[in-house]
Design a binder for this molecule. Structure first.
Ligand code: ADP
Length: 448
């Protein structure tokens, strides 16, 4: 089958759907392909929110922030491995992206603290639902309203280019047909490769056997296809482990549980880290414990305050008891030790001083309201920071440092924005901001 169009978007996660809304609103002729039978990708799994600075929501809520501070926090979180020009664009465009989300009915008014941020900067939906599921729902509704149909179960398999290296289309495979799609521009929005064990162990043999939190479509297709056209890769070995993943179900325990006051203890029943250090640091601390796992401990008050926990309880991964001793018994932890750890922690919360590990955040509430809960966790593969190289216009850059004409990319398929460690809240910022930029650049390219 042959399709003639102007632009092909590969992947219908957050970045691809953002680009699709932009293109449709501008009246462009395009198709959007999604290899899974459903849209959303890894975006659906984003739980925290979207980092953005100098937003109208922050101003209304009296939160002082600046784009420069957002950029500085992101560079620091990424161990300064990030491409600072991409980071600056992300920070400077973030308030505008929040405004744009408002215009399509995807408001993120609830602001809180997230690891690595100097101020309250992570923006979430009002109703406490996960940001990813919320945005995918709103984006889908908007695309529906605009009359855009995502071509599902259809995977792009090859990027086509002419002798000068200019994009001429895409080859794709659906359930009943092989497609040649002729187009002048392609937006890669196919996500990362955290669900492709063969690919990530090629770059990181040490991660063999690690569980993944990724959606099944995160297989790195876009990276491989772009490489075939000479695209350069950046930071490809930078893979983020999330420190709190239940290992039998791969359920990710959101950072908000620690942000709201939970602690981590090892099998000996003692804390071993500032639980709100960056994800790489907390993961490393867990891997250094006996058995390379830990327990996240919280109480009923925390459960009542955090909607996400209901899902964990329902899925049967929580252990609960009316007393700390009862909890310790079920976890096979020495009960006196666990009781001391909890008593010490509650003192720390009272005095707001963690002399042992220097934790300064997520300590507004003590853990004193029974029943008490625990979930056994360990690190899991969460985000692939590396990917194809792009410039600030979301053009894909080849190994000679030149833009590949007609090829644009946004979201987890790209490297450079997050450096060596992505901060919570920056994946959603990345997809919305660079999804918009990729659409604008593709349109500008067509107009040339
Ligand atoms: P991002 O956060 O960058 O938007 P997501 O993981 O949310 O990334 O979305 C990427 C989407 O791309 C997923 O839905 C995934 O199934 C889809 N995808 C991956 N490879 C292909 C491909 N070869 N063809 C079409 N869609 C793809």
């Amino acid at each position: 089958k042959t399709i003639d169009t102007e632009i092909v978007i590969i992947g219908a996660g957050g970045a691809g759907m953002t680009a699709a809304i932009m293109l449709q609103q501008a009246g462009k002729d395009f198709v959007i392909l999604e290899k899974m039978p459903y849209v959303g990708g890894n975006t659906t799994k984003a739980t925290g929110g979207m980092n953005a600075s100098e937003t109208h929501y922050q101003k209304e809520q009296g939160i002082e922030d600046s784009n420069a501070l957002f950029a500085a926090d992101t560079m620091k979180g990424g161990h300064a491995l990030n491409d600072s020009s991409l980071v600056a664009v992300m920070a400077n465009s973030s308030a505008g992206a929040i405004d744009w989300l408002d215009t399509i009915g995807a408001e993120l008014p609830k602001i809180s603290f997230s690891g690595g941020a100097s101020v309250n900067r992570i923006h979430a939906p009002e109703d406490g639902s996960g940001v990813g599921a919320y945005l995918v729902d709103r984006f889908s509704a908007k695309l529906n309203e605009l009359g855009v149909e995502v071509i599902l179960e259809t995977a792009a398999t090859e990027l086509l280019a002419d002798a000068d290296g200019k994009i001429t289309g895409v080859k794709a495979e659906g359930p009943d047909a092989v497609y040649t799609i002729n187009a002048k521009a392609v937006i890669l929005a196919s996500g990362g490769f955290g669900a492709n064990e063969e690919m990530y162990t090629t770059y990181r043999p040490d991660l063999k056997g690690t569980v993944t939190t990724n959606a099944p479509g995160a297989t790195g297709d876009g990276i491989v296809m772009a490489q075939a056209l000479g695209a350069d890769l950046v930071d490809i070995e930078q893979i983020q482990l999330h420190p709190t993943v239940e290992q039998t179900t791969s359920i990710l325990i959101t950072e908000s549980v620690r942000g709201d006051g939970a602690i981590l203890v090892n099998q000996s029943g003692v804390r071993f880290t500032n639980e709100l250090l960056t994800r790489d640091a907390v993961s490393a601390a867990e891997l250094a414990q006996e058995g390379s796992y830990a327990y996240i401990i919280f109480d009923q008050k925390l459960r009542d305050n955090l909607k996400a926990i209901e899902k964990y309880v329902k899925s049967g991964i929580t252990v609960q008891a009316d007393t700390i001793e009862g909890l310790a018994e079920q976890l096979n932890i020495d009960s006196a030790t666990l009781a001391t750890t909890l008593a010490d922690w509650n003192e720390i919360v009272k005095n707001k001083r963690d002399t042992q590990f220097g934790r300064t955040t997520g300590m507004n509430e003590d853990l004193t309201t029974p029943p008490y809960y625990a979930i056994k966790i360990a690190p899991g593969i969460h985000h692939t920071m590396g990917g194809v190289k792009i410039n600030t216009a979301a053009e894909v850059i080849n190994t000679d440092g030149a833009a590949i004409p007609g090829l644009f990319a946004a979201g987890e398929v790209c490297g450079g924005v997050h450096g060596g460690n992505r901060l919570g809240g920056n994946a959603v910022a990345d997809i919305v901001i660079f999804g918009r930029i990729a659409a604008e650049s593709a349109m500008a390219y067509l107009a040339k």
